[in-house]
Design a protein around this ligand. Structure first.
Ligand SMILES: C[S@@+](CC[C@H](N)C(=O)[O-])C[C@H]1O[C@@H](n2cnc3c(N)ncnc32)[C@H](O)[C@@H]1O
Length: 221
């Protein structure tokens, strides 16, 4: 497994989750067989809980892949929601659109093809929840734009922030991953100290950060 939590803990958590059915189950099988990195089951559950808890209706995602997490989030957000998801890889975009149509969510989830660094700059409006799951070395570059797009009280959720444990321990760092690790450490330092954010780092999956915009930092009481 991924160096984040003990194997027996992860196995226990996974065994406790209700397995997916229907299209989501089919997408999980496809992702496993074709080595497409979709969110791990415990991270999918965390997203669902956050979306229901925050009552998020306008959701932005960076990194669609085959559309799995976009569908999970749209189902959790329910009636009247809108999910905008950005993906750079054309084949992924096509597959995601196909899956989204099969899930009957084509009027709810919009997949935008392009480099998120450029696409986000052009987006209008405010989002209640942003899920960052694109290239791991680019989280920091997008933070300013994402904070502008995030509504006050909105949540920023970032996947893979502990990056196979390498972010937490130099002894695990692979030489060719040094730049990503350094960038991710800087990103985590930034979001944990940012005056507009209250942030928790949760050691599930490959590490997930959850931040709320407009927290209480710097305020009395
Ligand atoms: C981990 S996968 C996303 C998985 C998806 N969120 C899920 O759980 O179903 C990361 C995706 O980000 C995409 N990506 C990488 N860099 C990107 C960028 N600069 N802009 C948009 N998408 C990007 C990759 O092509 C890949 O499909």
């Amino acid at each position: 497994m991924g160096n984040i939590s003990k194997d027996y803990v992860q196995e226990y958590i996974r065994a406790s989750l209700v397995p997916s059915e229907g299209i989501l189950k089919g997408m999980e099988d496809y992702a496993r067989e074709n080595r497409v990195p979709i969110v791990q089951p415990e991270v999918a559950r965390l997203l669902e809980v956050l979306i229901k808890g925050f009552k998020s209706k306008r959701i932005l995602e960076v990194g669609t892949a085959i559309g799995y997490s976009a569908i999970v989030m749209a189902k959790a957000a329910g009636d009247g929601c809108k999910v905008v998801s950005v993906e750079i890889d054309r084949d992924m975009v096509e597959r995601a659109r196909c899956n989204i149509k099969a899930a009957g969510l084509e009027n709810v989830i919009e997949v935008i093809e392009g480099d998120a660094l450029a696409v986000l700059e052009k987006l209008d409006g405010r989002f209640d929840l942003v899920f960052l799951d694109g290239a791991k070395g680019h989280y920091g570059e997008m933070l300013g734009t994402i904070l502008d797009l995030l509504a006050p009280g909105g949540a920023l959720v970032c996947d893979n922030v502990l990056f196979r444990g390498m972010v937490a321990s130099d002894s695990l760092v692979k030489r060719r991953k040094i730049t990503i690790v350094k960038r991710m450490r800087r990103f985590l330092e930034n979001i944990t100290r940012h005056p507009l954010l209250d942030t928790a780092i949760v050691p599930i999956g490959d590490g997930v950060s959850v931040s709320v915009k407009g927290g209480t930092k710097g305020e009395q009481g």
